[in-house]
Write a protein that binds this ligand. Structure first.
Ligand SMILES: O=P(O)(O)OC[C@H](O)CO
Length: 414
């Protein structure tokens, strides 16, 4: 039996999902055993895998968040493109079977698919319906614009809620998806898809206005900052915060943990911006195959990836987690099953993502993106804390972030 090590970053109910996938695949055949291991947050597992690769003991499969894509693409000796693995394993990889927004994100400029689409998400608005009721708000009507979010937050606060609104993944929700949703650039060169000479561009009057609004909400106790990455997620499903912008993949942990009725709504927008709302950007992660593995191991990986892409498996994953249906067949199967009608709100992520994209809204692909996100976190923490104005924080994030882009460009030219 061939053992395949799979490092992942799925917490709580999502970890149960990953373990069940491995268990069911292992039970379906005898040749391959998938061994999943939780390695901490996305940042942590990526750092651990890079260190393990250097030491010669990398896992076979690594789950990498979308932010790590350019770094993985550039580390040519460390990874094997998924298309090659599938071929070596005697399996085919049909990129056309995947939802275009998903396939497009994980494709190299040459058209080759580099990693296996797995848990693609997008940014949505989660809200606590019970808290809405208690505050005299309509639980069946989520705020759809940012001014409405501020008004709802004020009512929630007046009803005694100490954390009316918070957000996970500040850069992803308030800058990356925010930009695409309003059809404005986050970075030049089509948000980095057009070349390594891309530079950050999220200092338009719209961006400054939005961060100013959030900073004002923070001052009034309407927006309560709860930390970086997915750390704030638990403050929503515990009931502490009543509204949150975050991942559609939070659905699994809300279902498991929340002791209240919750709703999913589209990301809020500014109604005076022409063309808004456009579409939101992809998040979540994909599965990368690390280099230096034996042909028989590639065969095992290929068999597992084929299993994950089966329409019934991919559809079940989507329904269980809130991550997107990654293949077209999985989406059609889910729709036919009546799931969206029976579970209002579960279609929000899909609807936001299947809209036609523009050059400004396809997604963001930057080198050193992990570091850039940290810089944005640091600068915005200064803004939420009242130590810098929105404009100062944004300008500092842009100039520090651009240094990272220049460094990546220099290291990867030719
Ligand atoms: O919480 P996830 O898995 O949807 O990931 C969110 C962000 O895309 C991570 O960069």
């Amino acid at each position: 039996q061939t053992e395949i090590q799979w490092w992942h970053s799925m917490p709580g109910a999502l970890g149960d999902w990953v373990n069940d996938l491995a268990r069911d695949f292992n039970a379906s055949q005898k040749d391959v055993k998938i061994v999943p291991t939780y390695k901490g947050t996305y940042d942590e597992s990526m750092t651990a895998a890079i260190a393990a690769f250097r030491a010669g003991n990398a896992p076979h499969i690594l789950q990498v968040f979308e932010v790590g894509t350019a770094t993985m693409m550039a580390s040519k000796g460390a990874i094997v493109p998924v298309g090659e693995v599938m071929k070596a394993g005697g399996a085919s990889f049909d990129a056309g079977a995947y939802v275009p927004a998903v396939a497009g994100y994980y494709t190299a400029p040459s058209g080759q698919m580099l990693s296996m689409p797995f848990n693609s998400s997008t940014t949505v608005f989660h809200y606590n319906k019970d808290a809405f009721k208690a505050a005299g708000l309509d639980p069946n009507k989520a705020p759809s614009t940012w001014p409405e979010v501020a008004l709802a937050a004020a009512k929630l606060k007046a009803s005694g809620h100490k954390c009316p609104f918070t957000t996970s993944w500040v850069s992803w929700t308030q800058f990356e998806s925010f930009s695409a949703w309003h059809n404005v650039e986050y970075a030049s060169k089509n948000n980095g898809f057009g070349g390594l000479d891309t530079r950050l561009a999220f200092n338009t009057p719209l961006h400054v206005r939005h961060i100013e609004n959030l900073a004002n909400m923070a001052k009034q106790g309407l927006f309560v900052y709860k930390g970086r990455g997915n750390a704030p997620d638990s403050t929503f499903y515990s009931g502490e915060c009543a509204m949150m912008t975050g991942s559609s993949g939070l659905y699994a942990n809300i279902k498991k943990n929340a002791k209240f009725a919750s709703g999913i709504a589209p990301l809020p927008y500014y109604p005076d911006v022409p063309g808004a709302p456009q579409n939101t950007v992809i998040g979540g992660a994909s599965l990368w195959v690390m280099a230096g593995k034996k042909p028989i191991e590639h065969k095992g990986i290929a068999a597992f990836f084929n299993y994950l892409a089966r329409p019934e498996v991919a559809s079940e994953s989507h329904k269980r987690t809130g991550y997107l249906p990654v293949t077209k067949a999985a989406f059609e199967l889910t729709e036919k099953s009546g799931f969206y009608k029976a579970n209002p709100g579960t279609d929000v992520a899909v609807t936001q993502m299947i809209r036609k994209t523009t050059d400004k809204s396809r997604g963001v692909r930057l080198g050193n993106f992990v570091q850039i996100r940290t810089i944005i976190d640091e600068e915005m923490e200064q803004v939420w804390g009242g130590k810098k104005s929105a404009k100062e924080g944004i300008d500092a994030a842009i100039s520090r972030g651009n240094e990272q882009l220049e460094r990546f460009q220099k290291a990867n030219k030719g």
